[in-house]
Design a protein around this ligand. Structure first.
Ligand code: ADP
Length: 725
């Protein structure tokens, strides 16, 4: 079968070209010819259609082969150009070849024509392919250049789809990107299409196929693909589709999708070309993602710095906790979040915040019941539970049913975990490693802020305690000072009282000595008696004062021993019996034999009993004095009771009688000798023994004095007492 051959003759058209046509037919061509005689006609013919070959007579009447070559160059057209000539010398041939003719054939030797045409057609084919390759290279270069030089990501992607459309001679080009978060649909990053925008290009049937295979996908006819239904395919405005993955070091970033209106048969070269373009696009996307990431990182660093400043703006724990949850939203998204602090083996939620109306109760969780928490505490690293419904580590705590994706981050102070930050999302597969990293930095800052607040609170508490202690001390010092002043005053009063009290008997002594020397001789016996009484009083005063001053220098309880009170009182009674007899008073002792020994200084206790019994005898005119001992097991006390039927004590004097040197009104009429120190000494001794002194009295009826003394501890009781108890 002969091949059609479009031949443009440049010649005098009336001349005979049948020999040439015949020759071509013989060579297996079916020439479709047109003849032009002028430059204008040739230009029109060239614009009208494509020509396989131009056969030009070297000279014509109006035109020439050289002028025709010139015209071809002018319009930059590459068509095989063969000169036909009747006579041609070498020089003409060289001139013609230099002007761009591909060959020349002598009209009288047309046998060369067909081989010349065939060779020129082949050359032409090679030249065309080379040109196309160059064009593709140029377009690929353009893509690389755009990828490398355009900073704005969207502008760059737009330039890329334009270049790819030229490169692939396609009807539509789309760049699809897969978002970072798993499971999210592909995003159309840029599209240039003859058809209305094609969002369905991002549909899983294309993207998943490319994503999973990681190699190009060529669909010659969408009506015949197993990926989608006939009905769906019919609706698409394109029939052929070529998709290549955007791969950078094995990572799949997205896909380049090229579509053609009609069905076609993709050849390997086209698929390779699409892959090359996809590779450049992938690099460009990776680069711009890096830039974005870097920018994001910088923004994040700035945010974290601001967060740190904010967290350090207060030391009040509640405010710090609230700030943490507020600031947290700036770095990691959550539907709800909580801060849990670790104490012993339990986690207690101390702050909670939800961006929705999700309510979570404040809870305390036991660490050994929660595997996901244990993992964090053990590894000291964040943990993501991508989908709580399928992860066996997730244990559903009450109130957390809404949580589908969970991120837990330990809060570390140096190496110590003080708690956890919990992030909850109602969508599964939400949190990424990047979130975990950022949250970890944030958690460290939070831990420091919480620790600072804790230290601050501790310091505040310590300061408050100190303040209380200082106030207490100040108060104690003030009281001690008052006491010291009072003591000082009492001392001064005591000295002046003593001086005063000593002066009375001394003055009396002087008086009676004078009377003895100068007075009435008959009265001398009376003066001597007075002298004796006054001397005795002076002696008693000195003894009492000495006793008192001794008591003021307490010896502590070192000299205390277990004392049998019954025995002691019997001795005192025996000593005072003559005094009672002289005053015609009874003196009776009723003892409780069961009382345990008391703890005390024997001589001092003798003095207590003596003073009380002597007073009772002194201030009683008729009747007598009863002395009792009783015990109080519950209080571990023993009581000495001295009751008389004497003059009694006026209620107004009840408090005064224990004061030093105080002597009751009644003593004046009775002329009872005394110093006013007896009861003061008793009171002092009882206090030193940790005991209690009470008085009940009724004027003209009698008085009762009770002395309560603590019993001796068993271990201090000498063996001689043991049998008695
Ligand atoms: P003195 O007996 O030397 O006066 P005291 O200190 O022993 O000093 O007693 C103080 C005062 O208490 C007495 O002056 C007296 O008025 C009163 N008083 C003490 N014991 C009795 C008593 N048993 N009955 C009545 N008054 C008493």
């Amino acid at each position: 079968m002969s091949k059609p051959l479009h031949v443009l003759f440049v010649a005098d058209c009336q001349s005979d070209r049948s020999a040439v046509i015949r020759q071509l037919r013989r060579g297996g061509y079916e020439p479709l010819t047109t003849c032009v005689e002028t430059a204008a006609a040739m230009r029109a013919a060239l614009q009208r259609q494509q020509w396989d070959v131009v056969l030009a007579d070297y000279t014509t009447s109006q035109f020439s082969a050289l002028a025709a070559l010139e015209l071809l160059h002018q319009i930059d057209l590459d068509v095989p150009f063969i000169i036909l000539s009747n006579s041609m010398n070498e020089q003409i041939a060289v001139t013609a070849m230099k002007a761009g003719a591909h060959d020349y054939v002598m009209k009288d030797n047309l046998a060369r024509l067909v081989p010349a045409v065939m060779r020129e057609l082949e050359d032409m084919q090679v030249r065309r392919e080379r040109q196309q390759r160059q064009r593709h290279l140029l377009l690929l270069h353009q893509i690389t250049y755009a990828a490398a030089t355009i900073l704005d990501e969207q502008a760059m992607l737009n330039a890329l789809v334009a270049s790819v459309r030229d490169l692939m001679e396609a009807d539509g080009v789309t760049i699809l990107l897969w978002p970072e978060h798993q499971g999210a649909p592909a995003v159309t990053a840029a599209q240039l299409s003859r058809f209305p925008v094609q969002p369905e290009l991002g549909a899983p049937w294309i993207t998943e196929a490319v994503r999973q295979a990681g190699i190009p996908l060529a669909i010659n006819n969408v009506l015949q693909t197993p990926f989608l239904s006939q009905q769906r395919a019919q609706q698409l405005p394109f029939r052929a589709l070529l998709a290549a993955p955007l791969l950078v070091t094995g990572q799949k970033l997205g896909a380049l999708v090229v579509v053609y209106e009609g069905a076609r048969r993709f050849v390997a070269e086209e698929i390779t070309r699409a892959e090359q373009a996809a590779q450049q696009i992938a690099l460009a996307v990776a680069k711009s993602q890096l830039i974005v990431a870097e920018r994001r990182q910088r923004a994040l660093a700035e945010t974290l710095r601001e967060v740190a400043v904010a967290l350090n703006s207060t030391l009040e724990r509640e405010q710090v906790l609230k700030l943490i949850l507020d600031q947290l939203l700036r770095v990691v998204a959550y539907d709800s979040a909580s801060i849990m602090l670790l104490q012993d083996n339990a986690l207690q939620s101390v702050a909670y915040r939800s961006t929705h109306e999700l309510v979570q109760q404040a809870t305390t969780l036991l660490v050994n019941e929660l595997r996901h928490v244990q993992t964090i505490l053990l590894q000291r690293r964040p943990l993501i539970i991508a989908d709580t419904t399928v992860d066996a580590r997730w244990i559903l705590a009450p109130g957390t049913e809404f949580v589908r994706c969970w991120l837990g981050v330990p809060m570390l102070i140096q190496d110590r975990i003080i708690g956890l930050l919990n992030f909850n999302k109602i969508t599964p597969n939400f949190y990424t490693e990047k979130d975990a990293q950022v949250a970890m930095i944030f958690a460290a800052q939070s831990a420091t802020a919480i620790e600072n607040a804790r230290l601050y609170a501790q310091q505040q508490q310590y300061a408050a305690q100190l303040e209380v202690r200082v106030a207490e001390r100040t108060q104690a010092l003030a009281a001690a000072n008052v006491q010291l002043q009072e003591l000082d005053r009492l001392k001064s009063k005591f000295v002046s009282d003593v001086t005063h009290e000593l002066r009375t008997p001394l003055t009396n002594l002087q008086l009676y000595i004078d009377l003895l020397e100068t007075g009435d001789a008959e009265r001398q016996a009376r003066y001597r008696k007075q002298l004796k009484e006054q001397a005795a009083r002076l002696a008693q005063l000195v003894t009492d004062i000495l006793d008192l001053s001794r008591l003021e220098r307490p010896m502590g309880t070192a000299s205390f021993t277990a004392v049998d009170l019954n025995k002691l009182i019997e001795e005192v009674i025996e000593a005072q019996q003559p005094r009672a007899d002289q005053a015609s008073l009874s003196l009776t002792f009723v003892s409780d034999k069961t009382i345990p020994p008391v703890m005390g200084q024997r001589n001092q206790l003798v003095q207590v009993a003596t003073n009380l019994i002597v007073n009772a005898l002194n201030y009683t005119r008729v009747g007598g004095v009863m002395v009792y001992t009783t015990g109080d097991a519950a209080q571990q006390m023993v009581c000495l009771r001295v009751s008389d039927s004497g003059i009694g004590i006026d209620p107004q004097e009840k408090e005064l009688i224990f004061q030093r040197f105080y002597r009751g009104e009644g003593t004046r009429h009775l002329s009872v000798p005394g110093t006013g120190l007896g009861l003061a000494i008793v009171q002092e001794i009882v206090a030193l023994h940790g005991g209690r002194l009470e008085v009940d009295s009724q004027v003209n009826v009698g008085s009762t004095f009770r002395v309560w003394l603590p019993v001796a501890e068993m271990k201090t009781i000498p063996d001689c007492f043991r049998n008695e108890i």
